[in-house]
Design a protein around this ligand. Structure first.
Ligand code: AMP
Ligand code: MG
Length: 497
C-alpha cells in the first residue's frame, strides 16, 4: 500500500509524515483503514499537544479534522496499519494479540506517531468489536495529559471524539475514538511475539529499529561484551524503573501491567482501570477484573521487573548468553530504589544530603509511608498540605488528616530536624513543584463522564485545564482538590473498556 496521497478527498493537515514503522515490512502489521464512526462530535482536545505537534490551532475547530480523527476521512501522507504483538496477561502467556482496535496512522516529521484507538475491527480484534467506549476514552485522554502535567513519561492524547453508535459492554454504551500520540507504541509484547513464534530475523529487525531510533547509544556501549541487545535490555530496564518510581511516588496504580501494556520507551501506556490513590493503602487494587491482586499498588515495582524478565527472555536469541541478559536486568534493582528515593526526597523537600546527626532519609520515608497507611490518610492531600506547612503555615491541617497524632508529631519533629539547615522557602518551593494539588481521582473522572454522556463536555475541559498544570493553585477550583466523596469508594472499574 502506498501513502495516502494529497488528493481532494484526503485531508492535508500541513504535517509531513515519515512512517518509519512501515519500513519494517508486512510481518509486523497489516495495512487497513479505520472504520467510519457515524456522526462524530468533539469530546475533548488538547491545545497544548496540538501546538507541540505543529498542528495549526484552527484545525481544532474544523469539521474536517473531526471527521479525520474519527476515521471517516483519510489524512494525506499517512499509511494506516494495525501492528501485531503478543504478551503475558495476568502472568499467563496469552499468545497473539496485536492492535485489536488501535490503528497507527503514521509518524510526523516531529517524530511523533498518531494512533486512533477505537477505530474499528482489525485482523487482531479476536472476539472484540474494535471499539472503545466513551467513558474509558475520556479516562485515557485525561490521564495521558495529567501524567504529562505531572512530568511522568506517558503516551499523549490529542483529542477524543464520540458518537451515538451503540457499543455493547456490560450494558449498552456509546463509542468514542482517542487520538493517541507517542514517539513509538512498540511494546515488550512486540518482541515476545517474534521470539515465541521463532522468527529471529524479525526479532532482530525490530530490535535494530528500536535501537536506531531511540537507543543509538546501545551500539557504542562497552558494556556486556559490546552486545547492543543486552545494552537495550538494560536501557529499557532503567527507563521502566524510573517510570514506576514516579508512579509509586505520586500514588498511581496502573491496573493492567500485562507485558503487552509495557512500552519499550518506558512510557505509561494503555490507560484502563488505573487509579490515583485516595486514602493511602499500599495493597490497593484498582482493577476489579484483577481477582488475584496481581497488580496491587505496592506490587507494581516487582511486576515491572517480572515484565522486564519476559522481555529479557524474548531478547535472548539476540543477546546469546543468559548471563548477559541477567546482568542487563540487574540495573533495575539499583535504579528503581535510587529513583524512588530521589522522588520521595523531593516530595519531602530535601534539597541537600542529611547532616551527620539527622535521621536517615530512608527511615523518614519508610516511617511516613507506614503512618499514612495505618491512618489511611488521603495521599495527595497529605503531601500538598505538608508542602504548605513547610512554606510557613502551621501543621494543623496536616495533623487533621491523622488519627494517631502523637505518632505523627514524633515524625514531624524528626522531619523538622532533618530540614533545619535548609531555608524554608527553598523547601516549600521544591515541595510545591513536586506534590501536585490536582490528580485525576476516580470520582472526578466519573463526574466528567456522567456529564459527557449527556453531551456536556465542560467537565472534561475543566479537568484538562487543571491537570495540565497540577502544581498550580488554580484559585476557585478547590473542590477538585478536596477529599473524595463517600460514593467514590464504591466506583468499580474493570478491564471492560
Ligand atoms: P487492553 O486490555 O486494552 O490492553 O487490551 C488487550 C488486547 O485486547 C489488545 O490487543 C487490544 O487491542 C484488544 N482489545 C481490547 N478491547 C478490544 C475491543 N473492544 N475490540 C478489539 N480488540 C480489543
Ligand atoms: Mg493494551
Amino acid at each position: 500500500m502506498t501513502t495516502a496521497p494529497h488528493c481532494p478527498g484526503n485531508l492535508d493537515l500541513g504535517l509531513s509524515w515519515h512512517n518509519s514503522f512501515v519500513q519494517l515490512g508486512e510481518d509486523f502489521y497489516i495495512h487497513l483503514s479505520p472504520q467510519p464512526l457515524p456522526a462524530p462530535y468533539w469530546v475533548g482536545q488538547s491545545r497544548l499537544l496540538a501546538r507541540e505537534l505543529g498542528l495549526h490551532p484552527s484545525w481544532l475547530a474544523s469539521p474536517e479534522l473531526l471527521q479525520a480523527v474519527s476515521g471517516n476521512r483519510p489524512i494525506a501522507g499517512t499509511q494506516p496499519l494495525a501492528s501485531v504483538y503478543s504478551g503475558h496477561q495476568f502472568g499467563q502467556w496469552a499468545g497473539q494479540l496485536g492492535d485489536g482496535r488501535a490503528i497507527l496512522l503514521g509518524e510526523t516529521s516531529s517524530g511523533m506517531e498518531l494512533q486512533l484507538k477505537g477505530a474499528g475491527r482489525t485482523p487482531y480484534s479476536r472476539m472484540g468489536d474494535g471499539r472503545a467506549v466513551l467513558r474509558s476514552s475520556i479516562r485515557e485522554f485525561l490521564c495521558s495529559e495529567a501524567m504529562q502535567g505531572l512530568g511522568i513519561p506517558t503516551s499523549r492524547a490529542l483529542c477524543v471524539t464520540g458518537s451515538d453508535l451503540a457499543v455493547r459492554r456490560e450494558t449498552i454504551e456509546t463509542a468514542a475514538v482517542v487520538t493517541r500520540v507517542a514517539p513509538s507504541f512498540v511494546r515488550f509484547g512486540h518482541f515476545e511475539h517474534f521470539s515465541y513464534n521463532g522468527q529471529p530475523a524479525q526479532l532482530k529487525a525490530l530490535a535494530d529499529y528500536v535501537i536506531d531510533r531511540f537507543y543509538p547509544e546501545c551500539r557504542s556501549s562497552d558494556k556486556f561484551d559490546r552486545n547492543p541487545y543486552a545494552a537495550l535490555l538494560e536501557a529499557v530496564s532503567e527507563r521502566t524503573a524510573k517510570m514506576v518510581a514516579q508512579w509509586q511516588a505520586v500514588g498511581f496504580c496502573h491496573g493492567v501491567m500485562n507485558t503487552d501494556n509495557m512500552s519499550m520507551l518506558g512510557l505509561t501506556i494503555d490507560y484502563g482501570p488505573f487509579q490515583f490513590l485516595d486514602a493511602f493503602n499500599p495493597d490497593h487494587i484498582c482493577n476489579h477484573s484483577d481477582t488475584e491482586d496481581r497488580y496491587a499498588f505496592n506490587k507494581q515495582p516487582n511486576i515491572a521487573y517480572w515484565n522486564l524478565f519476559c522481555l529479557g527472555q524474548a531478547l535472548l536469541p539476540l543477546i546469546g548468553e543468559q548471563q548477559l541478559a541477567i546482568a542487563a536486568l540487574q540495573s533495575y534493582k539499583t535504579v528503581f530504589p535510587a529513583a524512588f528515593d530521589k522522588q520521595m526526597r523531593a516530595k519531602l523537600g530535601f534539597t541537600e544530603p542529611p547532616s551527620g546527626t539527622a535521621p536517615t532519609d530512608r527511615a523518614l520515608i519508610d516511617d511516613i509511608l507506614q503512618l499514612l497507611a495505618r491512618n489511611r490518610v488521603d495521599y495527595t492531600l497529605f503531601w500538598r498540605r505538608l508542602s504548605h506547612s513547610s512554606a510557613g503555615t502551621d501543621t494543623a491541617l496536616v495533623r487533621d488528616l491523622f488519627l494517631d497524632r502523637p505518632a505523627l508529631d514524633a515524625w514531624l519533629l524528626r522531619y523538622a530536624e532533618r530540614l533545619a539547615p535548609t531555608p524554608r522557602p527553598r523547601v516549600a518551593d521544591l515541595m510545591l513543584k513536586t506534590n501536585p494539588k490536582f490528580v485525576l481521582r476516580n470520582h472526578l473522572g466519573e463526574l466528567a463522564i456522567k456529564a459527557a454522556k449527556l453531551k456536556d463536555f465542560s467537565e472534561v475541559n475543566t479537568l484538562l485545564t487543571l491537570l495540565e498544570s497540577p502544581f498550580e493553585e488554580h484559585p476557585g477550583f478547590e473542590a477538585y482538590a478536596d477529599f473524595p466523596p463517600a460514593w467514590a469508594s464504591s466506583i468499580e472499574i474493570s478491564c471492560s473498556s
